[in-house]
Structure formats: structure tokens, C-alpha cells
Design a protein around this ligand. Structure first.
Ligand SMILES: [Zn+2]
Length: 446
């Protein structure tokens, strides 16, 4: 490839300016607001991204009433996809931020703001990398399409709609992770186990499928017995006005072993004192505090992606009993195997399996051409010769199409601040990512 370093440098300032414009739009999912699928701000962010790309010379398309958009350049039959998202998670407590989350500030070589790491910064780095290549007169033998999703942080309705309606790239990458690259992501199954409540026990707690519950309140009648059982089991708790609160520790459902599941602990203690129900017994006897639920699944693991992980994130005992479960499945294990075992265990307690959400795994063998190409480029430009492709329990759009991996843009030594207060990106790293993306795209399209 001709020397494009001049053109890459020339795109640094415009890339930063475009990123600042995008971060100024607080594109948090706001369903039901106006005539937009995910709210007005997300629509503005989508239109802004397409306008930025259009100004750079891309052909753009605003898709399906605002579910997604794309920007394309190049020629040829084959299509390379670059998949990312424009929605962001809420900022949380504003007082935890040094700078306002939606008014980007540059300080100490870093740009602060929600979305600078996840995922507006990486997408702009890749987009302007292609602009630099266009300015350098590089010819693309494939079409390059940037696909902008709008509800990645929630339910992926955007990318699913894209897949129904649009041409699928034959290969691609998602700049929504860390360098070097992620080649395996576990299957992600979220489900409920349900049955009628014949126990008379009323209980409710936990907040989300994918979070280990850090507290669980019991306000029934057997509080004294429960307290002595918790003491006996060594499970910390607190007596309060409303009842007894069993303490846990929060963690993400992809690493439940780093947390303490308050629902599991309460159910184990309740069952031990004879406060029983379908859900309580199921959790106490079949899962307990085992993050791998080995009693149900046996030793379910594989070499590329490790062990199956299971998290009970929520429970509701009202007219119905409902257990909300998040399950991360090793890449070589089928969903059907897991569902069969889980349903068989549940049915013994009178509980029925109900699927909520399923994201298929990704797994590319290490000698796959995408991995070899991207690793070669990364090693040549980053001087990092030691980092290996990684496997993850998380989820990126890399799952959405075949022959796709998550690639950057966070450098190996950069602090992960996505989803946190003071989200920020190191600008010189983002410029390095631009360079890596340019060379990678060149390799994949020439
Ligand atoms: Zn992301």
C-alpha cells in the first residue's frame, strides 16, 4: 500500500471533531418516545453519523425507520462489514463524573464523555481510517460497509432488523472490544422457569438477568428461624424494618463466580428451615452457589471458551413462580443440549422452561484467515507481540454475521472505562487504532 501516514495524520483532527459531535448527542435508549424506535436522541445520533459519513464521500442509507443505518464505499461483489453501535448506556449518577458525560472535554490527552470508548470512538476511528485511504487514492476491490446499530446495549432489535432486510457481509469485524481480537464469544441464553405458585410464599428480588443480585429481602413470618439458619450457614444478613436482607455481592453474569448470589443464599436458607416452593427448592437443590450449575450440566466446558456459567438474576413469587436465568454456553456446546438438561431438571419441580433471548456464539478457529490477517496487521503496527486472541463471555455484533470477530479499539494497556463514570479514551491510542484499521481494511479488501 502507498504510504498513507500523511493522510491518516490529516484525519486525526476531523475524526476527533466528529466524535465530539456524536458524544454531544445523549443517545440512551428511550423507547416509546415519539415516532422513533428507540427515542429521538438515538435517531439524531444515527442521522449525524450518516451525515458525517456522507460528507466523507460514503453512500449512506437510513434503514427501516431508524432501526439502523449504513455507509458504503468501494466496488466489487464482496462485502466487508464493520459493525458497531451508536446507542450508549445511561450515565448513572452525574456527581460521579469529573466532566459532563455529554459535553466532551479533552484533558491530559484523553477525551471524556459517554460513548468515547463504547462505541462511538472506535466506529469513528475506523470510518476516518477509510477516509484516509480514499484520500490516498487506494482502490478497494470489495465494498466496505459500516453498519450502525442503535440498540446494542439493550435487545439488538436493530441488527436483527438489518439481517432481515439487508445484504449480509461475507466477513467483517466489530470495533467494540479490545485489541488484539476476540475470536470466541459464548452462546448467551436468557430464560425464565415458571410454574403456578401453590406455596403461599411471596418473594421478589434481583434486578436483571445479567447481574448477580447483591441483596435479597425476606419479609415472611419465619424471620427468627431464618436468622439462625443464616448464622449457621455463615451467610451475612441484616435485620431491617421490612424483614431480613441477605447480603450478596454484585458481578456481571459472565463472571458470576466473582459475585455472591443473594437469591441463592436466601433460597438455600429458606429451604433448610422448611419454607419451600417450586422455585426455592429448585434453586436450593439444583444450583445453590455453583456458578457452573454442575449438578444440572455436569462438567460443561470446552478448550476455546471455558466453563458454562449460570446466574439466577431475579426471582418473583406471586401468583406464579418465576426464576430469571442468564446462561453463558461454551462455543462448542449446542443450545439444545443446555435447554434439554435445564428443562428436565426444572420439570421435576413443576417448572416450565420459557426462552427470553438467545444470542448464538461466535467461534473462529485460530487459523481462520480473518484471525491470521488481523493478528498480522496488529502485531506489525502495535509492537505488541505477546497478546493472543481472546475468548469472552460478553457479546458484540461480531456474532451477527459469519466470519466476523471483535477487533479493538481499546489498546491492551488502556483502562476500561465503558459503562462507567468518566468514560474516556486516550486520543493517541485512538489514532493508533485508525492506523491499524486502515491497514487491516486494506489487507481484507485488496
Ligand atoms: Zn459496545
Amino acid at each position: 500500500m502507498h504510504d498513507i501516514s500523511y493522510h491518516l495524520r490529516a484525519q486525526q483532527a476531523p475524526m476527533k471533531a466528529a466524535l465530539i459531535e456524536l458524544v454531544r448527542i445523549p443517545s440512551v435508549c428511550d423507547e416509546g418516545a415519539g415516532d422513533y424506535p428507540f427515542g429521538k436522541a438515538i435517531d439524531q445520533a444515527l442521522r449525524k453519523a450518516l451525515q458525517i459519513a456522507g460528507d466523507l464521500g460514503f453512500i449512506t442509507h437510513y434503514g427501516a425507520g431508524g432501526y439502523y443505518g449504513y455507509a458504503e464505499v468501494g466496488e466489487g461483489q464482496e462485502l466487508l462489514g464493520i459493525l458497531g453501535h451508536l446507542d450508549v448506556v445511561p450515565p448513572g449518577k452525574l456527581e460521579d463524573w469529573t466532566h459532563s458525560p455529554f459535553d466532551p472535554v479533552e484533558s491530559d490527552g484523553m477525551l471524556y464523555g459517554r460513548g468515547t470508548q463504547d462505541d462511538k470512538g472506535p466506529m469513528m476511528a475506523a470510518l476516518f481510517a477509510v477516509k484516509a485511504m480514499m484520500d490516498a487514492g487506494i482502490h478497494f476491490n470489495k465494498r466496505i460497509r459500516f453498519i450502525f446499530g442503535t440498540d446494542e446495549e439493550t435487545l439488538w432489535r436493530c441488527i436483527n432488523r438489518y439481517k432481515e432486510k439487508e445484504e449480509l457481509p461475507g466477513m467483517g469485524f466489530s470495533p467494540d472490544s479490545r485489541f488484539p481480537l476476540t475470536y470466541a464469544e459464548k452462546g448467551l441464553l436468557q430464560l425464565r422457569l415458571e410454574g403456578t405458585n401453590e406455596s403461599g410464599v411471596i418473594l421478589s428480588g434481583g434486578s436483571a438477568f445479567n447481574a448477580v443480585p447483591d441483596a435479597m429481602l425476606y419479609s415472611g413470618e419465619r424471620q427468627d428461624e431464618l436468622a439462625s439458619k443464616l448464622d449457621e450457614l455463615g451467610f451475612p444478613y441484616r435485620k431491617q424494618a421490612g424483614g431480613i436482607e441477605v447480603k450478596g455481592m454484585a458481578a456481571h453474569a459472565m463472571i458470576p463466580e466473582e459475585g455472591i448470589n443473594a437469591i441463592a443464599r436466601l433460597c438455600m436458607a429458606l429451604q433448610a428451615i422448611g419454607v419451600e416452593s417450586k422455585a426455592i427448592n429448585f434453586i436450593a437443590q439444583e444450583i445453590g452457589e455453583d456458578p457452573n450449575a454442575s449438578k444440572i450440566f455436569g462438567d460443561c466446558a470446552d478448550e476455546p471458551s471455558g466453563k458454562l456459567k449460570l446466574n439466577v438474576g431475579k426471582i418473583e413469587l406471586g401468583d406464579l413462580e418465576k426464576i430469571f436465568i442468564d446462561c453463558r454456553i461454551p462455543v462448542t456446546v449446542t443450545k439444545e443440549e443446555v435447554v434439554t438438561k435445564l428443562s428436565a431438571a426444572a420439570v421435576k419441580y413443576g417448572l416450565e422452561y420459557k426462552e427470553f433471548d438467545w444470542l448464538a456464539p461466535i467461534y473462529l478457529p485460530l487459523d481462520h484467515f480473518m484471525i491470521e490477517t488481523l493478528m498480522k496487521v496488529y502485531r506489525a503496527l502495535s509492537r505488541d507481540q505477546v497478546s493472543q486472541p481472546v475468548s469472552s463471555g460478553g457479546a458484540t455484533y461480531a456474532r451477527a454475521i459469519d466470519n466476523c470477530v471483535a477487533f479493538g479499539a481499546l489498546m491492551v494497556d488502556e483502562l476500561l472505562t465503558e459503562h462507567q463514570p468518566d468514560e474516556r479514551v486516550v486520543l493517541k491510542n485512538l489514532y493508533k487504532a485508525m492506523e491499524i484499521y486502515a491497514h487491516a481494511i486494506h489487507e481484507l479488501t485488496s
